[in-house]
Design a protein around this ligand. Structure first.
Ligand SMILES: NC(=O)c1ccc[n+]([C@@H]2O[C@H](COP(=O)([O-])OP(=O)(O)OC[C@H]3O[C@@H](n4cnc5c(N)ncnc54)[C@H](O)[C@@H]3O)[C@@H](O)[C@H]2O)c1
Length: 318
């Protein structure tokens, strides 16, 4: 099959491209390299079945042309930065909501029948039910990022209803692993490199979070794509455990061989939109036979190892 991957040069997108190519698929990667890295596509570029189009999702003509001949779109591109949404309110709207609309319109022009969408567990806001199932009561949104993803999900399901597109929506917890370039492990690693004696933790450190390794995220997406036949399918992706931010900080420090004093900025939330407890129910995807290979601690430690071997990523992200 031929796949079109938006955000192909990003953390998850590049891992997905490698997995698709390893299975014999043809892949067109589309990326504007705003947060992606050419280094992440070195493996993919070795395959004659991979081609890269450098382009922006807001460039509708280029997008529609690049998608020509594709059968499945894997829409990974986004502004994936949750924390700083309030500093640039238009960015989530443009990069997540309008860009998703552009992808859907390009699909319509090219008669592409299937879309997989990288949504987020953040759409559950401060969930009343934990672990949170896919059909949890619809919450109040707490971040512009999640709001823009909800809007994206809404448009995708409307296109499924109105234009017969098959839609698979994946709501992930935070993802860890090789090519990780944003999130708490990145921030803590960088901070401890600069000053191993202390670590500033946003909030009171008691926030409870669930994490998933990128390989497990990719395997779940591909399994669901092969096995789901519904017009619209929604899957939570996560491990069946969670940890406190302080626990994770300790694992990171131990792995780096440092013993910092923790300093807390205080409060149950580290920033506006930080959900104090994220833990998703994953029965739906598990019923397909998916079992994650990595636990949270292993995922955190592998991420530290990868960052240690790839410190060049810190120069890219200020
Ligand atoms: N990483 C996580 O923990 C996590 C959790 C939940 C959901 N997600 C979602 O998964 C997806 C991938 O996240 P990631 O962590 O790989 O992020 P990332 O920033 O590493 O990847 C995003 C990619 O999209 C590209 N891109 C951004 N805007 C673009 C545009 N306008 N046109 C073309 N390309 C553009 C970037 O250059 C980058 O390569 C995102 O949709 C994100 O919201 C990520």
């Amino acid at each position: 099959m031929s796949f079109f991957v938006t955000g192909a040069a990003g953390f998850i997108g590049s891992n997905l491209c490698d997995a698709l190519l390893a299975r014999g698929a043809s892949v067109i990667g589309y990326d504007n390299f705003s947060t992606g890295a050419p280094e992440f596509l070195v493996e993919a570029k070795k395959s004659p079945r991979f081609s890269l189009v450098t382009g922006d999702l807001l460039d509708t003509a280029r997008l529609a042309e690049a998608m020509h001949g594709s059968e499945v779109v894997l829409h990974l591109s986004a502004n994936a930065d949750v924390r700083f949404g309030l500093e640039h309110p238009r960015r989530d709207l443009e990069q997540n909501t309008i860009a998703t609309f552009n992808v859907l319109e390009a699909m319509r022009a090219n008669r592409v029948g299937t879309i997989c969408f990288a949504s987020t567990g953040s759409v559950y806001g401060e969930a009343a039910i934990i672990p949170t199932p896919e059909d949890a009561p619809f919450p109040v949104q707490t971040s512009l990022y999640a709001a823009s993803k909800v809007a994206g999900e809404g448009m995708i399901t409307s296109y499924a209803e109105g234009f017969g597109v098959r839609a698979l929506i994946f709501r992930f917890v935070s993802i860890l692993g090789e090519r990780y370039t944003h999130g708490h492990v990145f921030d803590f690693y960088r901070s401890l490199k600069n000053d191993p004696s202390s670590l500033r933790i946003l909030g009171d450190g008691n926030q409870k979070k669930s994490y998933l390794h990128v390989k497990d995220c990719v395997s779940a997406i591909l399994l669901a794509l092969e096995n789901s036949s519904s017009k619209v399918s929604i899957y939570n992706l996560g491990t069946d455990e969670y940890c406190k931010v302080t626990e994770s900080a300790r694992w990171i420090a131990d792995k780096m061989g440092v013993r910092p004093e923790f300093e807390f900025t205080g409060g149950a939330r580290g920033w506006v939109g930080d959900n104090p407890f994220i833990f998703l129910e994953t029965k739906r995807i598990r019923e397909m036979g998916w079992v994650p290979e990595f636990g949270i601690r292993e995922g955190v430690e592998r991420t530290v190892d990868w960052l240690a071997a790839n410190e060049w990523v810190f120069e890219k992200r200020v």
